[in-house]
Design a binder for this molecule. Structure first.
Ligand code: HAM
Length: 417
């Protein structure tokens, strides 16, 4: 039996890669212009980091992590998201000492054992952006604007920004108690997950997608009616600044997100073009997480974009291999010259190729065509005798003799001209 890719993982094939290169390049270019630098953290971490960072009661930690025992008895986990690892690195390397307003981004694979479906994988990729040390609502608006600018740079236009505030350590506990009390009466009619969460983590009930539960959920108390005044003011200012920037949004009191570290602002961008897995990106503020993980008191805010979903939405661009010159050595003695010229052309920054199998001239000209070669350089017995290449300009359909010692410069000039 042949071995296949593990369920929920996928190969990114050469024909898709142009879209990936484009969205990765757009991230690097755009984020640098907003003052972000790249950080790369390991794909596995101590399990405790995620349990403490994301929250033991979340779906991610309780059901979806790839956790394994290390040989020395420790417990390791493949990262299900980037934020916790980045926060760990910020603390470990005291990055905020040198840069109290720290902006970083990361790109890479994440792992969650979810049920695979279109746009949902067990290994997927995120572009992740994090800003540390900013408490002002201005950065909330800027981070959201950056997220949308990134989608725009990737050519994604049809989407909706959804916004909420989940309060903070001062107002949320009282709201959660209210929610718990309300659920005490109604949870018995809800799904099994809701019944469990009604007690352990009532906020998660708001995430429930089960059709029959929606009526009960709609009648529950809303966080936005129970924010303390600093949280309410912060939220109002974020919305005012979004309006100032002419960014349309919809508020949803149910946007609590699947990770426990959020305080105040949470947001998601969704697209109906994605089907059931409609969220392209999600993020929010997480003041307190740096401290919880053993670092200084520091604010944090960020978001992550799912690249598989982004690639589905970004207009396809096909990038063929770049072939400036296709070499066609016909005589045996010509092959050595062609190999040397091919190396020199490549060193000069041009795309050069030949057919090492030495198939028929007809088939080689077909290959040159398929590769979109700009020039074809032919050398047979006649050319060897003349000490020259026959160089054919495929675009202009012209051909000329070019002496061997000048052929490199000739092709360089023509290809770059
Ligand atoms: P998240 O909402 O869990 O947030 O994930 C962000 C994005 O990753 C989602 O909107 C989705 O596009 C993509 N994604 C998540 N799970 C999968 C999957 N199984 N298959 C394909 N794509 C997926 C976070 O991860 C937070 N760390 C974001 C953040 C950064 N918050 C603050 N800073």
């Amino acid at each position: 039996m042949t071995i296949q890719a593990v369920r929920g993982t996928r190969d990114i094939l050469p024909e898709e890669i142009a879209a990936w290169h484009r969205i990765e390049a757009a991230a690097r270019d755009l984020f640098a212009r907003y003052g972000y630098r790249e950080i790369r953290t390991p794909v596995f971490e101590e399990t405790e980091l995620f349990a403490r960072g994301i929250g033991a009661e979340t779906d991610i930690v309780s059901k979806e992590m790839y956790t394994f025992a290390d040989r020395d008895g420790g417990s390791l986990t493949l990262r299900p998201e980037a934020t916790a690892g980045i926060v760990r690195a910020v603390i470990e390397h005291n990055l905020m000492n040198t840069d109290p307003a720290l902006k970083v981004y990361a790109l890479g694979p994440m792992f969650r054992r979810e049920r695979p479906q279109k746009g949902r994988y067990r290994q997927f990729h995120q572009v992740d952006v994090e800003a540390f040390g900013f408490t002002s609502p201005t950065i909330d608006a800027e981070v959201i604007e950056l997220a949308l600018a990134y989608l725009d740079a990737c050519g994604v236009r049809e989407h909706e920004l959804v916004l909420n505030s989940v309060g903070d350590r001062h107002c949320r506990p009282a709201y959660v108690e209210r929610l718990r009390a309300a659920l005490r009466d109604s949870a018995s009619s809800m799904c099994a997950d809701c019944q469990r969460r009604a007690d352990t983590n009532p906020l998660r009930v708001l995430d429930c997608k089960v059709e029959e539960d929606q009526g009960v959920i709609d009648a529950l108390p809303r966080i936005t009616d129970h924010l303390c005044s600093p949280c309410a003011e912060h939220f109002a200012e974020v919305r005012r600044q979004l309006e100032l920037l002419a960014i349309p949004y919809r508020t949803s009191h149910r946007l609590v997100r699947g990770l426990d570290y959020y305080v105040r602002t949470t947001f998601e961008v969704t697209s109906t073009a994605l089907g059931a897995q409609s969220s392209i990106l999600g993020g929010g503020r997480y003041d307190g997480l740096v401290k919880d993980l053993g670092g200084p008191e520091a604010a944090g805010i960020g978001f992550a974009v799912g690249l598989e979903r982004l690639a589905l939405l970004a207009p396809a661009g096909v990038r063929a291999p770049r072939c400036d010159v296709f070499l066609v050595p016909l005589a045996k003695a010509a092959l050595d010259r062609a190999l040397r010229l091919q190396r020199e052309l490549r060193r000069a920054g041009l795309g050069a190729m030949l057919d090492p199998e030495g198939r028929s001239v007809k088939s080689r000209m077909k290959q040159a065509d398929k590769l979109g070669a700009r020039f074809v350089a032919i050398m047979g017995d006649d050319e060897i005798a003349r000490g020259a290449w026959t160089v054919r300009d495929m675009v202009r359909s012209e051909q000329q003799d070019v002496p061997e010692d000048g052929v490199l410069d000739h092709l360089k000039e023509k290809a770059n001209g």
